[in-house]
Design a protein around this ligand. Structure first.
Ligand SMILES: Nc1ncnc2c1ncn2[C@@H]1O[C@H](COP(=O)(O)OP(=O)(O)OP(=O)(O)O)[C@@H](O)[C@H]1O
Length: 245
């Protein structure tokens, strides 16, 4: 479905991602583990095609065809969706309007009310609310995830969908991820929660913009726990780990 071939991204001349190779199959959940500043969000933005995150090298293939030069809108048309950290761009819309936005021209599987239900927000209380600062951080995160569900993506890039979400509500996040997969989506899941990462079919560990390992989630988590978390040289991968993949 998706293949990253040796991609590299630089910012102000500094390499942020280096020789990243990644394959995500149809309906696969692939989680990305990495300490702060390893390049996870950069990977997400490059994949979505944000203009400031163009590749310096490598290629992104979607169903075997290069999408490296496609715009965000063109990638969105293919079914690639990014859950933005903050739905700031939609300030002022009602939650109902915001959830409808991604459904235009589509035969949607879930209504906006059903999407809110799935993230644990009561539609009668939230559909008429405005997307603005009166929503709490956790509510905004959930509404963002509801918007991803409403869009029926083929690839959902979820950048820390669980940040700022309390432990009880994590079940809603996990439920939405399962629903997305059941409806046919593949998921790139960036998370710091081991419990959420464990849902993945495969996981990759990122350090200083390189993939140290891709494997089963328990293998990747073990490497992350044993080598990355205690590492004193944050974002300086040990030479032997670089060849661990
Ligand atoms: N526009 C930019 N200019 C310069 N450096 C940048 C820019 N964007 C990102 N970086 C740097 O690239 C590195 C990777 O950033 P990124 O946001 O991708 O990390 P991350 O793994 O998502 O981190 P976190 O877990 O903290 O969200 C960081 O060192 C960051 O400071």
């Amino acid at each position: 479905m998706l293949e990253l071939q040796h991609i590299a991204v630089q910012k102000n001349g500094t390499p942020i991602l280096m020789q990243v190779d990644l394959r995500i199959a149809a309906q696969e959940i692939h989680s990305i583990l990495g300490r702060n500043g390893t390049g996870k969000t950069t990977l997400a933005y490059s994949l979505m095609g944000l203009p400031d995150y163009a590749l310096n090298a490598g290629d992104i293939l979607w169903e075997g065809r290069s999408i490296t030069n496609l715009s965000v809108a063109e990638r969105a048309k293919l079914g690639i969706t990014l859950a933005w950290q903050e739905p700031a761009r939609f300030e002022g819309l009602s939650v109902a309007e915001y959830l409808h936005l991604g459904q235009q021209g589509k035969k949607a599987a879930f209504s906006p009310a059903q999407c809110l239900d799935q993230v644990g927000l009561d539609p009668t209380a939230y559909l008429a609310r405005t997307v603005d600062a009166t929503l709490s951080g956790g509510e905004r995160k959930r509404i963002e995830l509801a918007a991803v569900l409403a869009m029926q993506p083929r690839l959902a890039i979820l950048d820390e969908p669980d940040s700022g979400i309390d432990a009880l509500s994590l079940d809603f996040i996990k439920g939405v991820i399962r629903t997305l997969v059941r409806e046919g989506a593949s998921i790139l899941l960036i998370t710091h929660h081991e419990e959420v990462a464990a849902m993945a079919d495969r996981a990759s560990v990122l350090c200083a913009g390189r993939i140290l390992k891709t494997g089963l989630p328990e293998e990747a988590t073990r490497l992350f726990r044993n080598h990355c978390q205690p590492c004193r040289h944050v974002n300086e991968p040990e030479e032997e780990l670089i060849h661990y993949v």
